[in-house]
Design a protein around this ligand. Structure first.
Ligand SMILES: [Zn+2]
Length: 111
């Protein structure tokens, strides 16, 4: 029997209110955007309803893939201008985020 122990990262957020109320995700207190190629970018409040926004981030449009979620939007605040996304699996005890990519690069930056 093999036991694997992993350190649990802490996911939080902070408000950044430059042009409009925006939420920036933090992992262990550091901006997630800096880890995934979107430094300084957050999620404008108008895309957040009850969880991380799906893609597209509009409640009247069904997401193509419900496991894909926005973690950062272009600094101008427009989803259509550019965004960073990842796959999110939430089993109620842990949230797993993986397969990060940006709409501009379409590149997997790891997890
Ligand atoms: Zn933009």
């Amino acid at each position: 029997m093999r036991l694997i122990l992993q350190a649990m990262n802490k996911l939080t957020f902070r408000r950044t209110d430059e042009d409009e109320l925006t939420f920036e995700l933090l992992v262990d207190g550091l901006p997630l955007g800096e880890r995934v190629g979107a430094p300084g970018n957050g999620i404008p409040h108008r895309y957040v309803f009850d969880s991380l926004p799906s893609i597209p981030p509009y409640p009247d449009q069904a997401p193509a893939d419900p496991t894909l979620r926005l973690v950062a939007v272009c600094k101008c605040g427009e989803f259509g201008c550019g965004y960073t996304a990842c796959r999110v699996h939430d089993d109620r005890l842990e949230v797993h985020m993986r397969d990060f990519w940006t709409s501009r690069q379409q590149a997997n930056t790891g997890s």
